[in-house]
Ligand binder design. Structure first.
Ligand code: ZN
Length: 831
């Protein structure tokens, strides 16, 4: 059990400086700052007097000549929203961002830079389009200009944001450092942040969309706070906007003047194909300054210990030949077939990192062997059926040829969906259709060729006595789904969809057939169709995602606290936290996996695992994700029903915890949406995941009328966490799409599907019944016999109900587009 300390909230009141992202109503805890002493205040006041404006172009700005820069004035096109990113008297952030960006463009152009603007008027531009513009024009770097908002009107400082981990954003940080300092110098705001540079993952787990999607160095600057009434007045003045723009300009000019070192691939020639698997790789070093015509040393001015060469993303040993300014790499093992990427990182004497620039060459041996395989050798000439043909090309060592090599096919009769297919793992797939306009019998000779190697396979178009059931599986947006399990119930046959989403059953006896289609992350689908002899039923089943597909591919590490001789406290009526923790974790794992997430358990059974061992196990999972520790306790009067703790100051964890607490309020019992900082647990403080802990105080909870270990309660706790997880991730995704908060609420406000399970004779509610939507996602009814599914879409559903002592029951029904739905399942057969 956690001893309650000060909630995180009190930290915010104490602090001088509060971080916030881009006007979002997300209150950030922060690094507490020493209050300024009196003489420091005087100094600050002296500093705060803005010098007379001087917008001269300094001589070092000449190096901006020809540099391509993308300026991104944040937001725009939302003037119709009254409360959207506005200062106390209504000044819009979008407008200020634009003014500053337009002035900055003038300065940069005067110095010879090529400037791209994501917008030049008050129109709406999506985050993705902003990044696309920068990427399409291959700009050297990208700057998103913003102003900040916070609930405390006194808050006002400059901050600069980079993407994710600093190690992966080194060039962005070079730019960020110069810009942060010169914008802060230009505005001279009353507050400063201890570091000024922040990772965007503090606000959103995957970072700001605009920074993530932009290739090359990219920063987002929050120059000042328009929520500060005095700052808002200043921001209204064009002269002040110009002053800010000049601050940006000086920072950018100094950054560019420091030069961009680079490693240039000499051999193998960039983008060339070679046959040898053991090439000598040579890279020329340039410091980015010499080329301007330095009179100094011939040697390139880069720190030799800063050189880092990655071959296919992995740092490889290299030799640096100083005198020749050359890096040499000799691969220790033969390289695999395919593309190899070379990336050189280095730092010049000015401290600038090389801009990310990947170069590549390709190892392409000829094919020694070409094998063809078809789903069937015989197709009915019905104009509907089609057969997949897989070509496998191997080199002389029996290894798959390089990826993305074009393999070609042609046929004597019938129609090929495509005649060129790119190799993946040595395989290329072709689809031969019987001709819809001119069904004809005969032999289709399909010839497949890669370079000089070719093979032929013959498919007969002729009458067959049985039927074919085939097709492709899609999601609701029309994307094909690979690796979905497709079961032909009547034939007890199973297959999985191929990389193009296709499935194929032949030799199907004529008559009714049932197909079951399933894939983690989607509701199961059952389809009925008729197989007829000498023809193919071509189906296109569509799968609906669970929880909007938001959890597909996400990674969770769930930790049931205690275990073995450690039982947790309190143990009441032999109900121990250790067991409840494991039960909830298992129920949650099932839900998350059904929704398509990948879930790891720190403990799967009742055993004692020391905390250091737990931390080690969590950190062994390298994938980014979330760590969630579950504990139980007894209700303490005057304290919340769920104690939610995270690393103090981790905004992502705090948002996630709040969403989970909301989940509890929706499904189970009232608890304040309040989080606490965990100062002690190594699981929270030293894991490589976004780490959170919950203590669910369900043991002897006065508002719960069932034992804490009842299956219904366990399932509802798990569902509360599931719901919170979904809402948190969905919100982060919508935030990224830059939907304003009203729209976000609308998207999240989905239909609820409420199922009541009652005894058909006594009409009494049945608690603990397992209700599965589409035979897939199960909930357990509470003591009022109710199970509520959230975030469902209008369509036809099947609901299966299982309850101890009752016969299994399944119903099918349509649910309308709006409002909640209540179904009473009367069960009269008591066994
Ligand atoms: Zn903004």
């Amino acid at each position: 059990m956690i001893r309650l300390k000060k909630p995180l909230l009190s930290l915010i009141c104490l602090a001088l400086i509060v971080l916030t992202g881009c006007g979002e109503k997300q209150e950030k805890p922060e690094t507490p700052n020493e209050p300024a002493k009196l003489n420091e205040l005087e100094e600050l006041n002296e500093w705060r007097k803005l010098p007379e404006a001087n917008f001269a172009i300094p001589p070092y700005a000449r190096y901006l000549d020809g540099i391509k820069i993308c300026l991104d004035p944040g937001h725009g096109g939302q003037a119709h929203l009254l409360n959207y990113k506005r200062g106390p008297t209504g000044l819009r952030e979008a407008e200020v961002n634009l003014h500053v960006a337009l002035y900055l463009r003038e300065f940069l152009k005067e110095a010879g830079a090529i400037v791209f603007m994501t917008r030049t008027d008050d129109s709406f531009v999506s985050i993705t389009d902003r990044s696309k513009l920068a990427n399409k024009n291959a700009v050297d770097f990208f700057i998103s200009l913003h102003h900040n908002f916070f609930s405390n009107p006194e808050t006002n400082y400059t901050s600069t944001w980079y993407h994710q981990d600093a190690d992966d954003s080194r060039a962005s940080l070079d730019l960020g450092r110069y810009v942060q300092q010169s914008v802060a110098d230009a505005l001279r705001l009353p507050q400063f942040t201890p570091t000024g540079l922040y990772s965007d993952r503090l606000i959103i787990p995957s970072g700001f969309g605009v920074l993530r999607q932009t290739k090359g160095p990219a920063i987002l600057v929050e120059a000042s706070f328009y929520s500060n009434p005095e700052e808002e007045q200043r921001l209204k003045k064009e002269s002040y906007n110009k002053r800010e723009a000049y601050g940006y300009f000086i920072g950018i000019a100094r950054y560019v003047a420091a030069g961009f070192p680079k490693g240039i691939l000499l051999t193998p020639a960039p983008e060339s194909s070679i046959e040898t698997k053991k090439p000598r790789i040579e890279i020329r070093v340039e410091d980015g300054v010499h080329e301007r015509g330095a009179w100094m040393l011939k040697r390139q001015q880069v720190f030799s210990n800063s050189i880092r060469v990655k071959l296919d993303g992995v740092i490889v040993p290299h030799q640096y030949l100083h005198a020749k300014n050359l890096i040499v790499i000799t691969p220790s093992k033969p390289l695999s077939n395919g593309v190899h990427r070379v990336e050189t990182d280095l730092v010049n004497y000015y401290g600038n990192h090389s801009l990310p620039s990947e170069q590549w060459f390709k190892v392409v041996p000829p094919a020694a062997k070409l094998k063809l395989h078809a789903w069937t050798k015989t197709l009915p000439p019905d104009g509907a059926s089609y057969v997949g043909i897989t070509a496998t090309a191997l080199d002389k060592n029996g290894r798959p040829i390089a990826d993305d090599e074009p393999i070609h096919a042609q046929t004597s009769i019938g129609r090929l969906a495509a005649t060129e297919s790119l190799s993946q793992n040595g395989e290329a797939r072709f689809y031969l259709h019987t001709d819809a306009t001119q069904p004809q019998s005969g032999r289709a000779r399909v010839k497949v060729a890669y370079k000089n190697k070719s093979e032929t396979i013959t498919i007969r178009f002729e009458k067959i006595s049985s039927g074919i059931v085939q097709g492709s599986v899609h999601d609701v947006s029309g994307n094909t789904i690979t690796d979905a399990a497709v079961q032909l119930v009547t034939k007890k046959n199973r297959t999985t969809t191929n990389p193009d989403g296709h499935f194929f059953f032949d030799n199907v006896s004529p008559g009714e057939v049932t197909l079951n289609v399933s894939k983690a992350g989607y509701y199961n689908l059952r389809l009925e169709t008729n197989a007829t002899s000498n023809s193919a039923q071509v189906l296109q089943p569509q799968l609906h995602p669970i929880a909007d597909g938001t959890l597909i591919g996400k990674v969770f590490v769930l930790d049931a606290r205690y275990g073995g001789s450690e039982r947790g406290t309190p143990v009441i009526n032999s109900v121990a936290p250790a067991d409840l923790n494991l039960a909830v974790v298992k129920a949650l794992k099932e839900m998350l996996e059904l929704a398509g997430a990948s879930v790891h358990l720190v403990r799967e059974k009742d055993e004692k695992i020391p905390v250091p061992k737990r931390v080690k196990a969590i950190n062994a999972i390298k994938h980014d994700g979330y760590y969630l520790r579950i504990d139980h306790g007894a209700r303490v009067k005057g304290e919340p029903s769920v104690i939610a703790t995270g690393y103090p100051g981790n905004q992502v964890a705090e948002n996630y915890l709040k969403a989970i607490l909301d989940g509890f309020n929706i499904t189970l019992f009232k608890t304040p949406v309040e989080t606490f900082g965990d100062e002690e647990s190594p699981e929270i403080r030293s894991t490589n995941k976004i780490a959170l802990a919950l203590e669910i105080r369900s043991i002897n909870h006065p508002h719960l009328h069932e034992s804490a270990n009842s299956p219904a309660l366990i399932a509802q706790e798990a569902y509360a966490i599931f719901l919170g997880t979904w809402k948190f991730l969905k919100n982060a995704q919508l935030f990224e799409e830059e939907l304003n908060s009203d729209t976000r609420d609308e998207v999240l406000l989905q239909k609820e599907l409420e199922i009541h399970v009652v005894d058909g004779i006594s009409r009494k509610p049945i608690a603990g019944a397992r209700v599965a939507l589409d035979h897939t996602f199960p909930l357990v009814t509470n003591r009022t016999g109710k199970a509520t599914f959230h975030g469902v879409h209008a369509r036809r559903y099947r609901v299966a109900v299982e309850a101890a002592g009752y016969a299994y029951r399944s119903i099918e029904s349509d649910f309308p587009d709006s409002g909640s739905v209540s179904i009473k399942i009367k069960e009269s057969v008591k066994q």
